[in-house]
Design a protein around this ligand. Sequence first.
Ligand SMILES: Cc1cc2nc3c(=O)[nH]c(=O)nc-3n(C[C@H](O)[C@H](O)[C@H](O)COP(=O)(O)OP(=O)(O)OC[C@H]3O[C@@H](n4cnc5c(N)ncnc54)[C@H](O)[C@@H]3O)c2cc1C
Length: 427
Amino acid sequence: MDKIVNIVGGGLAGCEAAYFLAEKGFSVKLYEMRPQVQTPAHETEFLGELVCSNSLKSTLPDTSSGLLKAEIEILGSVVLKVAEQCKVPAGNALAVDRTDFAKGMDDIIRNHPNIEVIGEELTDIPADRPCIIATGPLTSDKMAESIKRRFGGGLYFFDAIAPVISFDSVDMEKAFFKSRWEKGDDDYLNLGMNKEEYELFYNELIGSDQVEFKDFEKLNVYEGCMPIEVMAKRGPQTLTFGPFRPVGLRHPVTEQKYYAVIQLRKENKEGTAYNLVGCQTKMKIGEQQRVFRLVPGLENAEFLRYGSIHRNTYIHSPGNLKRTFQVIGDEKLYFAGQITGVEGYLESAASGLLAAYSLVNPEFDGFHEETALGALARHVSGEVAENKKEFVPSNFHFGMVPGHGKKIRDKKLKKRMYAERALSHYK
Ligand SMILES: Cc1cc2nc3c(=O)[nH]c(=O)nc-3n(C[C@H](O)[C@H](O)[C@H](O)COP(=O)(O)OP(=O)(O)OC[C@H]3O[C@@H](n4cnc5c(N)ncnc54)[C@H](O)[C@@H]3O)c2cc1C
């Protein structure tokens, strides 16, 4: 077995992988470019810094983030260990003192006898194997170029994401399946609005409270995935002639015409999760709930993923990575963290653990698809993405795991059952 492992990037994924491997007796060389080279979002020299919010989300066992926490705890997550030591009161969420957290991570990693931290920017994927690349969404430019060369240009920059909601929470008395001009298999779920309903939505949208842009993000807003509120500010008709255009979308039974139509696209094969097409947004979370729930049919929308926007460098993992986070054709090279197309602190940490777990267990073929870790890995390898060409980063949500095979109306019960089922695979 190779006993020396190189890890590039000392963020959440890199630290998780380093700690896991070090605890298993491997010698880890961890390369971290900060503070010599800073990213546009990190503020300290500490390893494992949280770049934005201080929340690691809900701890409730019947939530997707609660389940993910329970699973990574079983694998010995160092992120959770440190978070517990510096948590601050936040109801059912695990929130931390950001500075204490980063100092705690830095301390535990740098003082581990099996980890050597090397303060250096790597500009190329190292030739040494095994190696884990965990350079994150703000991978340095030169390394990004090297990764791009390696994957034949398959490196993606993505700015904005739209919310994903649970199918069960859509009012099907108001929604209808139809493809524009009947082209296709009625793949879209449509929500029509009359003029009055649209104007209410529009006014609340443009007046909504939004997360401030950081300077570096201003550089990078692509026309193709512009936040909906930015587009709407160009004029009330920009949306009704753009993503909300109603043409070709009369109601199939009543023949009713609409002033505007929001289309929802399936996010997973099971059809339990739907993406609000064209609704990528930078509204604050509470505002996303308030504004989108004004759309008839979405009054009780349950958000599986919220919209967000930031610079994000990630590889087109489907076709390039296995569900063990190994590079296809170069199996001692692993990728981990947000660069693989997972989204969020916990998910990044989880993928670091997964890569390290695979490295230690060469026979490992991935966790069960009903677990959060199995589902995340399958998202990355393209097995749950509806369309591999449209691979976009995602946090873990229950829409990624197979359904129960029957409709369960009680949402809390349904989630509890998902969580119990997932955890049963670790017994
Ligand atoms: C602006 C922004 C805000 C975010 N806010 C949130 C949030 O509030 N909540 C949430 O859940 N998720 C958030 N995310 C998403 C994601 O969870 C975090 O980015 C998370 O830190 C990703 O973990 P990671 O380990 O993949 O990358 P990182 O934690 O970024 O770690 C990567 C490390 O690699 C280092 N590095 C980069 N290139 C090199 C190189 N060439 N050589 C050596 N070292 C290198 C970096 O300095 C960094 O320390 C945010 C992302 C961004 C960009």
